[in-house]
Every structure is written in C-alpha cells, then in structure tokens.
Design a protein. Structure first.
Length: 276
C-alpha cells in the first residue's frame, strides 16, 4: 500500500470529521488524485490479468473531495449555478486552443465535462455529460444527450449513441463501476448501469436497459446470466414469461441473438448485425 493510499484510507475511516478545515496534507492528497484522474495518470478501475479491478482509494478520494471543498456560485449570462468549488467550473474551463490541441479531442458547445474525468485523443463529445471519475478512451464518441456517469470506464473506439446512459457507480467504494470495453456500440436511448460489464466488440440495440438484476438470455443455448455481456455479442430487448404463472406479466430481459468473431464485427454494419 502506498503512502497516498494510507492517507486516504485513514481519512475514510473518519470521514465524518473531514471538512474544508481538514489537514493540508489530506487536502493536497485528495486534490492530487483529482488532478491525476483528470490527466489520465490514474483511473478508478482497470483490467489486470483479464479481470477488472477497482482502485478503492481513488473512489474514496473522490467522495472525500465533496467534504473538503465548500459550495460556490458561478453566474453566467443566462443562469447561475451553485456547486462544490472544485467541480463548479468544468474540466476545460480557461483552456486555450493549445490546450485542446494537446488533449486531442473534439468537444462541441454545451458538453459539460467535470473536473476529474479523462477524455482520450480523437474522442468526440457531442452535447453530452461526463461526470467526475469517468474515463473516455481514444476514438470514442459520446453522442448527443448521452451521459457518462461518475467513475464509468468507456474503452477505445466506442459509440455511445444519442440519449444513452452509462451509469455511474461512486458508492460503495469497493463496487466495480459500469464498464464498456473497446469497440462497443451502445444503441440510442439505452441504459447500462449498476456496474454491468459490456465486453469488447458487442453491439447493443437501441432501447436496451441492463442492470445487475436484468436477465441476459442467450437465445441459442437458453443460458441465463447477469451483470456481463460477453465479447462480440449482438443484443436486443426481449421479455421472459413467468414459468409458474403464464398469465402473469412478462419481465424485460436482454437477449443475445448471436455472437460474432472480430473479423465479422469489423466488416458488418450495425444494422446488418441486428437483423436476425
């Protein structure tokens, strides 16, 4: 355990006493972690030996930052905002053209991106929302009115379509955030939340709603799983009847209609994949 982790973990055990008047060393440590998140030097979760792990002390630092910073007001030409001081101005506040060129991503107007989130090179942010702790990797598009929740991890070359949400998981500290791996297509008006993992190359149809309690049904095998979409799956909304009471309402589920290899995924259009 690093000295930084020790400082955060000790503060976490006494978090009710943490405030803007706390020890300068603690506040500096928390602020440094937020800066490191912002630059991509650290991230809330990462894949190690094919398994996603959560860096709990980083999530704790984010939550503690809400205690070490007071509220401030920002007044604009058409409204005013009132929020924690370190988050009131966004990630790119006071950036110059050179700053954007160095960061290498495109960000259109009306795209709130909070301090402590990372956006990789060649990413495109349409009018969307990116919360603290989120990690948006290279080449990914967050489309119009889409949302990247706190601490979510979105991989390379993904498309998070218009109106979709990748849910934030800030508490509890040990919980894995919602994860979208590389080359995933998330259809319009979909929601993936509660720490669900969508593995590489998967295609989710529009209107998908997947949480930890959502049944994920492989139509070919009949297998039912929870919490993870396997790599290169093609998924559409479905429903399951109650086996014990056929007259009862059916419950929604996610249906894997097929799984394709990487070569097929790269050469086939999204619409063709979703046609059964």
């Amino acid at each position: 355990m690093t000295e930084l982790e020790k400082i955060i973990n000790i503060a976490w055990e006494n978090k009710d006493q943490v405030s803007p008047d706390s020890d300068k060393n603690l506040k500096d440590t928390i602020n440094q972690i937020i800066e490191d998140l912002d630059s991509g030097k650290v991230r809330v979760a990462e894949k190690v030996n094919s398994k996603w792990i959560t860096h709990q002390h980083i999530k704790k630092a984010i939550m503690l930052s809400f205690r070490t910073h007071g509220m401030e007001t920002l007044t604009g030409p058409y409204s005013a905002w009132h929020d924690k001081a370190h988050l009131l101005k966004g990630k790119t506040a006071e950036w110059t053209k050179k700053d954007f060129e160095k960061a290498g991503f495109r960000m259109v107007p009306n795209s709130p991106v909070r301090k402590g989130s990372f956006v990789g090179k060649n990413a495109v942010l349409m009018p969307c929302y990116v919360n603290i702790g989120a990690y948006i990797d290279e080449g990914t598009m967050i489309d119009t009115f889409a949302r990247a929740g706190s601490c979510c991890q979105i991989g390379k070359n993904c498309h998070i379509s218009a109106g979709s949400g990748v849910g934030g998981v800030l508490e509890p500290a040990q919980a894995l955030p919602t994860i979208i791996e590389d080359n995933v297509f998330l259809g319009a008006m979909s929601e993936v939340v509660e720490g669900v993992i969508v593995e590489e190359g998967s295609v989710l149809s529009m209107g998908m709603y997947i949480g930890q309690s959502t049944k994920i049904v492989n139509r070919k095998t009949g297998e039912i799983t929870y919490g993870k979409i396997p790599a290169y799956s093609v998924v559409v909304p479905g429903s399951l009847p109650d086996k014990n009471n056929p007259s009862a309402p059916s419950l929604s589920c996610a249906v894997i209609i097929k799984q394709v290899d990487e070569k097929t995924r790269s050469k086939t259009s999204i619409n063709d994949l979703l046609r059964d």
